[in-house]
Design a protein around this ligand. Structure first.
Ligand SMILES: Nc1ncnc2c1ncn2[C@@H]1O[C@H](COP(=O)(O)OP(=O)(O)OP(=O)(O)O)[C@@H](O)[C@H]1O
Ligand SMILES: [Mg+2]
Length: 146
């Protein structure tokens, strides 16, 4: 089994990447919609991520070979729970980092249905810490912007 944690700003292409591969990840936005009928509701943050972790544990319990987790996961602190779950279940945890410039994310963000406020995007860009092996990832794939 393995856990794959996606890391990247809104608009960096995480959900599109999964869609192109034809896989369904555990998406924090999809869970927001399931819980609050609104995929932009930011007032239930903790509940959303508890649910992500609950579903991930259920998948590990039934032995699903790969689980992708689709959320921004900008800091080591936000990524640490997956490293701990991987250790508990004896499975590696990998990261896929969407290394896309803020300017490009901003542009893509503007031209889609669900627009993240400009200020929020800027704040998130300042917070972003690329994933490292030191955090406990077994491997890191960088999707460079071309
Ligand atoms: N490689 C790419 N080249 C050009 N456009 C892209 C690429 N990847 C994604 N996009 C476009 O950028 C927009 C945002 O992509 P996407 O929804 O996958 O981002 P995201 O990282 O999942 O963002 P969020 O964190 O807000 O869910 C979409 O309109 C998508 O079509
Ligand atoms: Mg997405």
């Amino acid at each position: 089994m393995k856990i794959v944690v996606l890391v990247g700003l809104p608009g960096s292409g995480k959900s599109t990447y999964l869609e192109r591969m034809g896989v369904a990840g555990l998406s924090s936005d999809a869970i927001r919609k399931l819980l609050a009928d609104d995929e932009t509701d930011q007032s239930i943050h903790e509940r959303v991520f508890q649910t992500v972790r609950y579903l991930l544990r259920q998948r590990l319990e039934i032995g699903r070979p790969v689980t992708y987790v689709d959320a921004t996961h900008l800091t080591p602190r936000e990524r640490a729970p997956y490293i701990r779950l991987g250790a508990r279940y004896g499975c590696p945890v990998e990261a896929v980092f969407f290394d896309v410039p803020l300017e490009v994310c901003r542009e893509r963000n503007r031209s889609r249905d669900r627009v993240v406020p400009e200020e929020a995007l800027k704040r998130m860009a300042l917070k972003l810490k690329p994933p490292t092996l030191e955090e406990g990832f077994s491997g890191i794939t960088v999707i460079a912007y071309t």
